[in-house]
Design a protein around this ligand. Sequence first.
Ligand SMILES: C[S@@+](CC[C@H](N)C(=O)[O-])C[C@H]1O[C@@H](n2cnc3c(N)ncnc32)[C@H](O)[C@@H]1O
Length: 282
Amino acid sequence: MAPQDALTGWDDKDNAEAYVAFTRTHPMYNATSRDLACRGELIDADLVVDLCGGAGATARAILGLVPDRARVVSVDSSGAMQRVGRRTLSDPRLSWITAPAEQLAEHVPDSSVDAVVCNSAIWKTDTLAVFAGVARVLRPGGRFIFNIGGGFAGVHHPDEHTVRTGPSLNTLIHQVAARDHGYTPPSKNKGTAPKLPLKTVTTELAAAGLAVVGTEVTAQHGTMAEKKAWLSIPVFARPAGGGFTHAQRMEILDAAYALTTPDTVTVTSWLVVVAQRPTDRS
Ligand SMILES: C[S@@+](CC[C@H](N)C(=O)[O-])C[C@H]1O[C@@H](n2cnc3c(N)ncnc32)[C@H](O)[C@@H]1O
């Protein structure tokens, strides 16, 4: 049986606290949230959904752009993430719904939403079901803005190649785990196809009645120190397999990090997608 640590996921209190502590001290989720919210044309919005909103980093970015009269609804399946969000982000315009993204249309009226924003999560969902629900709740002309991690979308920003100076922390973690624990990484031949490339996204959005109106591959620049902090959040700790406890993963992380220079620049690529419900739909 897998050790208890390996079973922790999003709906875990310690994970939620670690995630929020990371978003407070490092720019990654705030920056990507702001980027998506800015693409939503929210200046005149009445109702915006923060889908897979977690503890509210994206809701905070949305609230910074919408008018005083607007309402923002943050939907996430993790009660643990939302409990931290309720405690740390209080705004009369914001409400929280604990529900899977796939059930969005059961909680929000049809054709009522100006924009749905989903930061750093869409590939974790059943996209066919989510896109269908988003299409139902968006008003004609309403926007759906989301991003996909570069690895999941199969995209690389050019900066990934020009800035990189050595092996990634993830690579070093796997090397240390192999060296110190006899860990065998999963075969490189298995599962290398990107999980959610733009072609699939476009087809699935079209099936739901949504059109892609813009895409961009963006780069987020960070440091090795930020990567280490991110890999300390239990859901992101590596190696994912191998039956390691969280404490063991943190030991491996420390050993891998010792092989790096903390202020080395790291680049994370994202595929940003802006979709829209056509205005001429009946
Ligand atoms: C990386 S966090 C992003 C949270 C927030 N958007 C942000 O930028 O901080 C991913 C979130 O997706 C949520 N999530 C994953 N799958 C989900 C699903 N099918 N339905 C609802 N939420 C989901 C997790 O609970 C978690 O809060």
